[in-house]
Write a protein that binds this ligand. Structure first.
Ligand code: ZN
Length: 105
């Protein structure tokens, strides 16, 4: 039998931990989603706020659609860094995009 806490979780909720930005794949090694909740850290690369701009859970088609839409907009406008001073020397957009978790591609 499910506990009250389990019953309160939305259908399809997955308590994931994620360190890569769902939109652009950026990471500094820290978690931006913890136990299924976004930390509201803002990605210095694409400007996505974990838990707001990328809201949703793996397997939620609407969240995936939203992430893809944001990614398309960001790349289509030149993949400009939200915080340019954080951009590493020799940064490679395609290499970074390849590190987006498969279920967020
Ligand atoms: Zn990002």
């Amino acid at each position: 039998m499910a506990t009250a806490e389990e019953k309160a979780l939305p259908e399809g909720f997955v308590p994931v931990n994620e360190e890569h930005c769902r939109v652009c794949g950026w990471t500094d090694g820290g978690l931006i989603w913890v136990d299924g909740y976004g930390t509201h850290d803002v990605c210095p690369c694409c400007g996505c706020e974990a838990g707001l701009t990328d809201m949703g859970w793996p397997g939620d088609g609407r969240a995936l659609e939203s992430v893809r839409s944001y990614r398309g907009y960001w790349v289509g406008h030149g993949a400009v860094w939200d915080r340019p001073y954080r951009r590493p020397r020799g940064w490679d957009l395609v290499e970074q995009l390849a590190s987006i978790p498969p279920h967020w591609r």
